[in-house]
Design a protein around this ligand. Sequence first.
Ligand code: 5GP
Length: 178
Amino acid sequence: MHQNIKEVFITAEQITEKCRELGKQITEEYTGKEAPLLVALLKGSVPFLSELIKYIELDIEFDFMDVSSYSGTESTGEIKILKDLDRSVKGANIILVEDIVDTGRTLKTVKELLYTKGASDVKIVTLLDKPDRRVVEIVPEYLGFTIPNEFVVGFGLDFDQKYRNLPYIGVLKEECYK
Ligand code: 5GP
């Protein structure tokens, strides 16, 4: 285990198993329908996307968006698009791929934006959910793990851009925040 990690919340094996289950669920739900376009939000969702798509047995496509909230306007959920999608989403069945849903503001705004751009349907798959922190109504259709209100790192999740490469989800030691 990394020397700065206090506790492992979710092991690499548990993540793999969960991705297998979620991939199977998505495969079953979209079989016979137009295959979904997975839209992953950079950078945190990259390891999750990579693992999840191994278990989706459909002719999916994936693309990336990078968004950030405007400083000082966090409460409005206004976001700045740092990288937009490479393709049109008109008529697409989209699955937004997130590492963690916290307040829900990012996903609510991105979801509305994709509908404005003409998507037929927008669903959400997230590896982690912190429902205690929610301030807007967002319910992921596909959920990995519900976690308590703790700041976690690993498997895409960072602190100061580090720890994204840990194969598990863990809690940092307090001294690392100082
Ligand atoms: P929200 O749902 O509040 O709009 O934001 C979700 C984003 O906040 C996530 O994509 C992630 O970047 C960040 N975030 C929320 N909770 C955590 C956490 O526990 N650890 C890390 N590393 N990032 C978090």
